[in-house]
Design a protein around this ligand. Structure first.
Ligand code: DQA
Length: 170
């Protein structure tokens, strides 16, 4: 599996930036750790950090065909960037969104991700471990694709009716 890891804005400051929230590991340490894990799983890993929305859009846009999966911490763009969301959707890449902090336990403006709906899943709140878990999830999905769990809105009308009938009968 060829995996592209994108770290968004301000993540070059990890280790120094609000360690109580983002942890003490710097970006080089996180990348080194991911490289080791990637080697264990035969994953070819490329890591990039960018502070620029357009550059992130370009990276994702040119990833199609060159990578099989994307692990992305869009950082502040999580909450603002329709352009990054559209780029991920258009890329068709198997994508996992990661956050060091638990964005749902923070300020209201961080509790909404524009990116999550176009990702296979999200890992949030485990510090540097979020990246490792994200990589593990991508490897598992790549080697053994699991069907997406059905939800009310994605379950076909017919089977929803069957389920209601079954429930009434039991
Ligand atoms: C972050 C959470 C974002 O809200 C914030 O803007 C970041 C980092 C995280 O990893 O916890 O820069 O994505």
């Amino acid at each position: 599996m060829r995996l592209l890891v994108i770290h968004g804005p301000n993540l070059q400051l990890l280790g120094k930036r609000q360690p109580a929230i983002y942890g003490t590991a710097d970006l080089a340490t996180i990348n080194r750790d991911l490289k080791q894990l990637a080697m264990k799983h035969n994953v070819i890993l490329t890591t990039v950090q960018s502070n620029h929305e357009g550059q992130m859009v370009d990276l994702i846009g040119s990833a199609r065909g060159r990578y099989d999966a994307l692990l992305i911490n869009p950082a502040a763009y999580t909450h603002t960037s329709i352009a990054i969301r559209d780029a991920i959707e258009a890329s068709g890449l198997l994508t996992v969104e990661v956050h060091l902090s638990n964005i749902f336990a923070r300020e209201a403006f961080r509790q909404h991700s524009l990116i999550a709906p176009v990702c296979r899943g999200q890992v949030s709140g485990f510090g540097a471990l979020s990246y490792r878990l994200g990589l593990e999830a991508l490897v598992a999905l790549w080697t053994q694709p699991a069907p997406t769990p059905a939800t009310a809105s994605t379950t076909p009308r017919a089977s929803r009716k069957q389920m209601r009938t079954r429930r009434r009968r039991s």
